[in-house]
Design a protein around this ligand. Structure first.
Ligand code: X2X
Length: 358
């Protein structure tokens, strides 16, 4: 009897029946979603992350970047739902596109909220590294999506075929493309314009056909790679809002990675954050963005955005703090309404974070 038991045990061990359960096999390819094109700052940041991950995991994790909102047929505000249900594994997502579902993410879209600080980049960093940033991460993770790190699309500037714009009255009646996120309609209505919600995937055709007089997007990240001067001659640098990027993963996908690989992914995300912020801030800071990009051998072709805009014939109006204040006052009703949606606690925490950093 004993002998039978022993041979059964031996057979079981040989068959691997008592071995630790095997870790779920990794997928051959993980899909990472990015809304704009491959040459946008945002697209480059996604590729940078995917390359770092492949290199540092010795190819164990192979991420393919899908640009141009192709994983959601152009409908950019559906991205969060697709990351949640697993159709998308990773997203480098804008707060703007997820804010219809996660109201707290409207925080940095409050008009002139970040820009109305002496140093707008310090203010932004104070949010991502402060208490308010932790509150934003908690709100994202409550949707059962894993937050991995921050990136940056950039402060959004206005480009128009009519202009120049110095004060709110100069925008009166302009037809402007905005994305389909509700706070944009409120901001641009408060400024006396006629906002048109159009997905990014269709916006460029709209510019070509002249169905709108303008749009708003970050200078380095989108306006320059898009060659926006083809349609618009006026560049209004009002920094009215900023969209940080959220590097995120489907929760089940994240849990299937080994602890070692999760650590590598977090480290790659930290490097991506530095790269992405440097691309966004290049030419708008005291030179540290360029120095960083050069130090990693990744300086882009355009390192002086204002020189490029001038060479392309754009008329650039750089807002002074007084001009920003005038627009800040003109959009008070929007901040009041949206502070209630976002949550007063979060808005107050962000104000305290930004103030402490100045
Ligand atoms: O739609 C836009 O303007 C874009 C590309 O910046 C976003 O996805 C938020």
């Amino acid at each position: 009897m004993k002998r039978i038991f022993r041979s059964a045990l031996l057979a079981a061990v040989c068959l691997g029946l008592f071995a630790a359960p095997a870790e779920a096999a990794y997928k051959k390819e993980y899909k990472l979603s990015v809304v704009p094109g491959a040459t946008s700052g945002w697209g480059l940041s996604g590729t940078y992350f995917a390359d770092l991950v492949k290199e540092r995991t010795n190819g164990r994790i192979n991420i393919k970047v899908y640009h141009g909102a192709q994983l959601m047929a152009g409908k950019q505000t559906s991205e969060l739902l697709l990351v949640r249900n697993g159709a998308i594994d990773f997203a480098l997502a804008s707060t703007i596109n997820w804010s219809p579902q996660v109201k707290q993410l409207n925080l940095t879209a409050l008009p002139f909220f970040v820009a109305n600080n002496p140093d707008r980049y310090k203010a932004m960093d104070a949010i991502t590294s402060g208490k308010s940033g932790k509150m934003l991460i908690a709100a994202v993770e409550k949707t059962k999506v894993k937050f991995i790190g921050w990136g940056e699309n950039g402060f959004r500037e206005l480009t128009t075929s009519k202009g120049p714009i110095h004060k709110p009255a100069d925008m009166n009646g302009m037809k402007l493309r905005v994305c389909g996120t509700p706070i944009f309609i409120d901001i641009f209505s408060a400024l006396g314009t006629n906002p048109q919600a159009i997905n990014w995937s269709e916006a460029v055709t709209g510019f070509q056909q002249g169905i709108v007089d303008g749009q708003e997007n970050p200078t380095n990240g989108i306006n320059i790679p898009l060659q926006v001067w083809t349609w618009h001659k006026y560049h209004t640098d009002w920094h009215y809002m900023i969209d940080p990027l959220l590097l995120t993963a489907n929760q089940k996908v994240w849990k299937e990675f080994s602890a070692e690989d999760q650590k590598i992914l977090m480290e790659c995300a930290k490097d991506m954050e530095k790269y992405s912020k440097a691309l966004s801030r290049l030419g708008f800071d005291e030179g540290s963005a360029l120095a960083y990009l050069q130090s990693i051998g990744k300086a882009p072709a355009v390192t002086d955005p204002y020189k490029t805009l001038a060479e392309k014939g754009m008329n650039v109006v750089k807002f002074t703090p007084e001009m920003i204040k005038e627009f800040y006052d003109a959009t008070k009703s929007v901040r009041d309404k949206w502070t209630k949606e976002i949550g007063e606690d979060l808005v107050k925490a962000a104000e305290a974070d930004m103030k402490a950093a100045q």
